[in-house]
Design a protein. Structure first.
Length: 407
């Protein structure tokens, strides 16, 4: 059966080559040398791999995918290189700087596909120092050896980035516990969309992010004790609940529903006077005071919050990483908030760029019915970093914050 499967794959490769040559295209290459791939996801289905490539690129990570012809799996990767050390360092960086916590390195032959490039987010702030922080668990470098050819099929995990043996996806209680994170507004108990982060407190390691208001399976380590659940949704104060994974019902407020889900409540309260909230999901095009399309949801959440309480007065803070001068792309008269069409180019400081970005958000709010008098602007440039501008987390310095002046 194994030899038949391998033969079918070889036939498929041959057909791909014939079709490509008949259309005058470049023949797809099987990598001749054993390259190192920084793998962020593994899929049995082609469409799932291509969809995950698109998902990864929204995280400002360049991604591509390749077919492991021996196993017939599609590997989504963030880097391919002949330099083992470079691959390991990049995997460690992704594990510490992004939510791709279980990135690993594969070493072997694959039928490669075109890499999908990603336009970076950040402006005229050079983020230096790709130094590598330590990680909580050992980095796996998988060699393509014959001893692994009988490994089980691999699919993406619930978070989309961890290769997990298919049998571990069972929802049987022996594999973990089912949770229901009930996230709701305090004033009217309306359910709120969002995610809940699970942290293994004892090992200081993030287990994963889980969708609110749906049944999810948690399968941490066998020796996991206390777990902290954190819900941080823009427009609301952050809420944290902790429990003992071995005996979750012993904690006050934790219950079990008819479907045997462990229900963890998150009563979300709107921001109050003096609170400052970071718009973590608002991104800008490189060197531009123009938002990327994925920012739409969070800025509309800000509109909703301001309409819900007409007494809100806010200050929009703009921050950059460093204070360098450089090109600035301004939004044009067409007011395309999420597109570079019709933009204008200029030159200025990082402080000016941070001001223009804050103004763009204010202009978006005005276009959506919020009075200009309820908003103030403060441009900081690189004067208030949250990390050293040369650190591996320097990109977090590039942000917009909303301060509540009156509620």
């Amino acid at each position: 059966m194994k030899s038949l499967k391998s033969a079918m794959i070889l036939v498929m490769i041959a057909v791909l080559r014939i079709e490509a040559l008949s259309q005058g295209e470049t023949e797809p290459d099987v990598i001749k040398d054993n390259r190192y791939y920084v793998v962020v996801g593994v899929f049995a289905i082609h469409d799932n791999a291509t969809n995950f490539v698109k998902q990864v690129t929204t995280k400002n990570v360049q991604a591509g995918y390749a077919l492991n012809t021996e196993r017939a799996w599609y590997y989504v990767y963030a880097l391919q290189t002949i330099d083992r050390e470079k691959a390991v360092q990049e995997a460690q960086r992704l594990r510490t700087e992004t939510d791709l916590y279980d990135t690993w390195v594969y070493h072997g032959l694959m039928l490669d596909s075109n890499i999908v490039a990603n336009n970076d987010v950040v402006q005229n702030e050079n983020i230096a120092g790709k130094s590598v922080s330590s990680v909580e668990s050992p980095l796996r470098v998988e060699q393509d050896t014959t001893s692994q050819k009988s490994a089980p099929n691999v699919v993406a995990s619930a978070t989309g980035n961890l290769p997990v043996p298919q049998e571990s996806q069972s929802i049987d209680e022996k594999d973990g516990k089912r949770f229901f994170f009930r996230v709701f507004r305090a004033n009217d108990e309306k359910l709120i969309e969002g995610d809940v982060d699970a942290i293994d407190t004892g090992h200081s390691r993030k287990i994963g992010s889980y969708k609110a208001n749906t049944s999810v399976l948690l399968s941490p380590n066998a020796n996991t004790g206390e777990i902290s659940f954190i819900c941080d949704i823009f427009g609301y104060r952050r809420v944290q609940n902790s429990l003992d994974f071995k005996d979750p019902l012993a904690m006050d407020g934790i219950s079990q529903d008819a479907a045997n889900n462990i229900v963890v409540p998150f009563e979300m309260v709107r921001l109050k006077k003096g609170d400052i909230a970071v718009m973590y999901n608002v991104y800008f095009f490189k060197d531009a005071a123009v938002m990327r399309p994925e920012s739409n949801y969070e800025v509309n959440s800000l509109v909703e919050m301001l309409k819900e309480n007409p007494k809100y007065m806010i200050k929009i803070h703009g921050h950059t990483n460093g204070g360098a001068y450089g090109k600035i792309v301004f939004m044009g008269d067409s007011k395309s908030f999420f597109s570079l069409s019709g933009t204008k180019e200029g030159f200025g400081s990082a402080k000016e760029l941070s001001e223009e970005r804050a103004k763009v958000i204010r202009e978006f709010l005005i276009e959506n019915g919020i009075e200009k008098e309820r908003m103030q602007i403060k441009a900081w440039g690189g004067k208030k970093p949250v990390h050293d501008k040369r650190s591996t987390k320097a990109q977090e310095n590039v942000r917009v914050e909303i301060e509540i002046l009156e509620d």
